[in-house]
Design a binder for this molecule. Sequence first.
Ligand code: NAP
Length: 332
Amino acid sequence: MSTLLGSCDVMDAVDALEFRYESLPDLTGQTAVITGCSSGLGAATALELARKGARVLCLGRKEEKTRDVIGQITNETGNNKLEFIHCDLLSLASVQAAAETVLSKNVPVNMLILNAGVIGSPTEMQRSQDGIEVTWATNHLSHFLLTILLIPLLERSIGQGAPTRVVSVSSISQSMTGYREGIRFDAYDDAAEYKFLHRYAETKLANILMSRELQRRVEEKYGAGVPFYSNSCHPGIVNTAMGEDHVRPWLKNVVSGVKRIFMTTPNQGAKSIVYLAASSDVQTLNLRGKFYIDRARPSRPGDLCPAASDMDLAKRLWEWSFDVVRGKGVKV
Ligand SMILES: NC(=O)c1ccc[n+]([C@@H]2O[C@H](COP(=O)([O-])OP(=O)(O)OC[C@H]3O[C@@H](n4cnc5c(N)ncnc54)[C@H](OP(=O)(O)O)[C@@H]3O)[C@@H](O)[C@H]2O)c1
C-alpha cells in the first residue's frame, strides 16, 4: 500500500497521536461520499473507511487513476463496495450529474467528505468551464453545490437517527487571505486582484465557514439535538501531489526529497478527516462546527483567524455561493 500511503522517514518515528484507525467502529452498512480520492488524503481516507466496511462513493475527474486507487483499496481490504463516480469540480454541470448519480443510489449518505482541492496557478488566474476562478470553483463553490444537492440523502441518514457527518478539508492557511475582512467577495473573479496563495487561503477559510453555516442551518431546521455533525480540519503539512503541477521540472526531484523528509504521510494526515467522519468520539464529545488540526487534535484559541468564527460572514458566504451558482444557470 506504499503508493497510497506514501512514506516519511521522520514522521513515521514520531507518530504520537492518540487516535488510532483501529479504534474506529465497524462501518458496515454506512455510505461515504468523498471527493478527490485519486490521490493523497482522499485516497488514504477512502482506504481507512473501506477497511472498516463502509461503502465508499469515490467522486473524481480522472476515471482510470481513481479506479486504480479503488482497485488497490479493494485488494488491501477485501472491501468491494467502492464505486467511481465521475465528477469534475471545474464544471458545475459535472457536479450536478455526479449528484444525480449519487441520488439515484437511493441510500442515506452517512458521511460526506469534501476533500478535493487545488492551489491555483502562481502566475495567472485561470477559469473553470463555467468561467469561475479555478481555486474558488474547485475548493469551495463546487463543494457547496454538491452539498446542497446531496442534502436529501444526508436528511435520509438523519431521519434514520444515524450519526451523519460532513467533513470539510480546510487548511491552517485560512488565516493568510491577506484581507482583514477574511473574504473579498467582490474580488473573487478579478484577475487584477489575483494572488494565488491569497485565493487558496480564502477558499480554505470558506471551507470552515461553510462547515459552520451548514451545521447552524441543519440545527435551525431539526433542533440542536439533531445527530448531524459538520466539522472541518487542517490535515497537517502532508506529502501529497498538492501544488506539484506548479513545480518546475528541474526542481521536482529536490522538492520531492525535501517533502519526503519534512512532511507527514497521507496516512497520518488523513487522521483528522477520518476521525471527524467516523469516530464515535464525534457523538460522545458532541463535535459540531469544530476545527481539528494535524492528527486529530482540537484547534486551540489562536489557531484560527477571527473571520473563521464570524457567523455573519458564514451566512453571507452561503448566500453569495447560491447567487454565484445560480448566476451560472444552475437551478437550486
Ligand atoms: N497536503 C497538504 O499539506 C495539505 C495541507 C492543508 C490542506 N490540504 C487540503 O487537503 C485536500 C486534499 O489535498 P491533498 O493534499 O491530498 O492533494 P492531492 O494529492 O493533490 O489531492 C487532491 C485531490 O483533489 C482532486 N481534484 C483536484 N481538482 C479536481 C477537480 N477539478 N475535480 C475533481 N477532483 C479534483 C485531485 O484529483 P486529480 O487526480 O484528478 O487531480 C486529487 O484527488 C485539499 O483540499 C487541500 O487543500 C492539504
